[in-house]
Design a protein around this ligand. Structure first.
Ligand code: HEM
Length: 147
């Protein structure tokens, strides 16, 4: 493991910590850009017919969720190490989560990244999310697909 990598263990267990183009994205975006991206993304999520109701049910305090998600993406892309949570456990608690939700989540993420991020940073955000979605789904929906 490279010593320059401060990402916490939970991210390593998910193989979330190796952005495809960390250097390119790191020089192209700031924490402020990431906060704007996260806010734009969850605005779309909350308006979405499939995802909105789940988030409305599960997220008690958006004023805590948004900074947490900014810290998460800042850790993935900028390697700031500010996020140290347990993403798998958080999603295991969500009733009725299915691959359809992940497909929709990724679609919204990709369109938001396309609208909010400079072209040279987009791949890092999109590819990291795809890799995490795949890794999370193999834990959440083991062999045999949705249940
Ligand atoms: C690649 C896809 C996804 C990523 C990278 C991701 C990432 C995360 C992270 C890092 C957290 C914070 C966990 C914590 O430390 O408390 C979180 C929370 C949450 N996620 Fe996701 N997520 C993804 C997909 C989804 C999907 C598809 C849904 C539902 C449709 C979802 C719903 C939620 C909810 C409701 C929370 C809040 C849980 C709580 O506060 O207890 N996520 N997500």
């Amino acid at each position: 493991m490279p010593t320059r990598d401060p990402s916490p263990g939970a991210l390593h267990r998910l193989s979330l910590s190796e952005p495809t183009d960390p250097i390119g994205a790191r020089s192209a975006v700031t924490d402020t850009d990431i906060r704007r991206l996260v806010e734009a993304f969850y605005t779309r999520v909350r308006e979405d017919d499939l995802l909105g109701p789940i988030f409305a049910r599960e997220v008690a305090e958006w004023s805590r969720h948004l900074p947490k998600m900014t810290d998460f993406w800042s850790t993935v892309i900028l390697r700031t190490g500010r996020y140290a949570g347990r993403p798998i456990e958080a999603h295991l608690r969500i009733d009725g989560l299915s691959p359809d939700h992940f497909r929709r989540w990724l679609g919204l993420w990709e369109s938001t990244v396309g609208d909010e991020m400079p072209p040279e940073a987009r791949d890092a955000f999109v590819l990291a999310a795809r890799r995490m979605a795949s890794s999370m789904q193999s834990r959440l929906f083991p062999a045999g697909g949705p249940h």
